[in-house]
Design a protein around this ligand. Structure first.
Ligand SMILES: [Zn+2]
Length: 439
């Protein structure tokens, strides 16, 4: 799964593992204003199949900063992690003093087109969990990944076409999409999505009133039938919502996760406990929520020199773009929900909804992390929300046992491909079983 390269990313190093991937970035975990992605010299090491060791780094393993300060890589795999680790003579030494090594970032809610997966990687996002996309586009990306030709782009897993009723959300973009007219057809509809390549099933459950754009909405029965149809095939069911009431309905219907926090009301005191009891997760999309109140979330990112350096003209203008609608509610409600859910132990996964207006793939994840910290998460917890938490939620075998017990959830193999470090476009031979961050 990894890759890199291209002149613009010559300062990034990616070491990958089974969903665990290490990026060399400057700086502290205090701020999320982007990666000063780099360390001179690391690329050269990564660009080679020769063994190398990174020393004197602060290492965040997806959950915490560990005591080790060195990582030894050989045969494109992390062989050991520790302090003063011994390495074979001739091993290239990389001094990462002042840098932090951390897993590759996962954006748990994106949409993609064009070269957006490439752009995501520029900002350290190595996996995008796409929550609606044209299946043929995703199929092409996956084929390129399988052939080892997508070394300069983030991995993409996707819901493909969503499950939505006629005139439901998702039908308004001018692209013909299939729609589900009744519960009786739910299984066949879901089966068709799976046949198209959907890695998980995304179900739309909203009437649009919060953002003043009316849509048809499923009944509770249709929602439950769609969730059940996904579970019957071992797929996760992720339900798009925009209100607290709809979020509660989604959880009651058995959703594995809800897409978007709600901002229409402050979270009721029992909301997080409801979600926790049902072993569900949430995808935050605070970036999009902030933008939906009339302030482009990405405007400040676009003028941060650490981000601006990597932005195309299109990316810059999209970061500054306004949503075509304005919603009712308050960002503070969504921030409060994020905090309440996090405190209750619910997996709160950082997702951006990029490239919705006001955001951009990759760049906006750094803004999303800032918003999570503003919500009250610690910086390390925010980092976990974009590394270990989505990895354990979406990647087998670490799917929470309780969730496996409550329904047949499939493993997503797409993000467990063996690592390839890719120098100058040439990937190292893929190993057999991926990498483990050990030690
Ligand atoms: Zn979305």
């Amino acid at each position: 799964m990894h890759r890199i390269l291209g002149k613009r990313v010559t300062r990034i190093v990616f070491l990958v593992s089974v969903g665990l991937f290490v990026t060399a970035v400057h700086s502290s975990v205090k701020g999320f204003r982007t990666p000063n992605l780099v360390t001179p010299g690391t690329l050269q090491a990564a660009a080679s199949s020769r063994p190398f060791v990174i020393r004197h780094a602060r290492i965040f393993d997806g959950k915490r900063v560990i005591a080790a300060d060195s990582v030894f890589v050989q045969n494109a795999k992390i062989q050991s992690v520790g302090k003063r680790i011994k390495v074979p003579s001739g091993t290239e030494e990389i001094d990462a003093t002042g840098d932090t090594l951390l897993p590759g970032l996962i954006d748990s809610h994106t949409h993609d087109w064009g070269d957006s997966p490439k752009q995501a990687l520029l900002f350290g996002v190595t996996t995008e969990l796409n929550m609606a996309c044209i299946p043929k586009y995703v199929a092409k990306i996956k084929q390129a990944e399988a052939e080892g030709k997508a070394l300069d782009a983030a991995d993409v897993l996707s819901a493909g076409n969503v499950v939505t009723p006629p005139k439901g959300h998702g039908t308004e973009f001018g692209v013909p999409v299939p729609t589900l007219a009744s519960s009786a057809e739910a299984q066949q509809f879901v089966d068709e999505r799976i046949a198209e390549g959907s890695d998980y099933i995304k179900i739309i459950y909203e009437d649009g009133h919060v953002c003043h754009s009316p849509f048809s909405k499923f009944s509770r029965e249709e929602l439950a039938a769609s969730v059940a149809a996904a579970h019957k095939r071992g797929k996760m069911a992720i339900v798009h919502i925009s209100t607290q009431e709809d979020a509660r309905d989604a959880i009651a219907a058995g959703a594995d996760g809800i897409a978007h926090l709600f901002a229409d009301s402050a979270p009721q005191s029992d909301f997080a406990e409801l979600v926790r009891r049902h072993h569900a997760f949430v995808e935050t999309t605070l970036t999009a929520i902030q933008s939906s109140f009339g302030t482009p979330s990405g405007a400040s990112l676009s003028i941060d020199h650490r981000i601006a350096e990597f932005l195309s003209a299109g990316a810059e203008s999209n970061l500054k773009a306004l949503m075509p609608f304005k919603c009712s509610g308050e960002l503070e409600n969504a921030l409060a929900a994020a905090k309440q859910l996090h405190d209750a132990g619910v997996p709160v996964l950082a997702g951006t909804d990029a490239p919705a207006p006001g955001s951009w793939n990759g760049a906006s994840l750094h803004g999303e992390l800032e918003l999570l910290v503003r919500a009250g998460l610690s910086p390390l917890d925010a980092l976990a929300a974009t590394t270990s938490l989505p990895a354990s939620t979406f990647i087998c075998p670490t799917v929470a046992a309780s969730r496996l017990a409550s329904g047949p959830i499939s493993c997503l193999s797409g993000v467990t491909r063996p690592m390839t470090l890719s120098p100058q476009g040439t990937s190292l031979p893929s190993g057999s079983s991926g990498l483990k961050l050990t030690g």
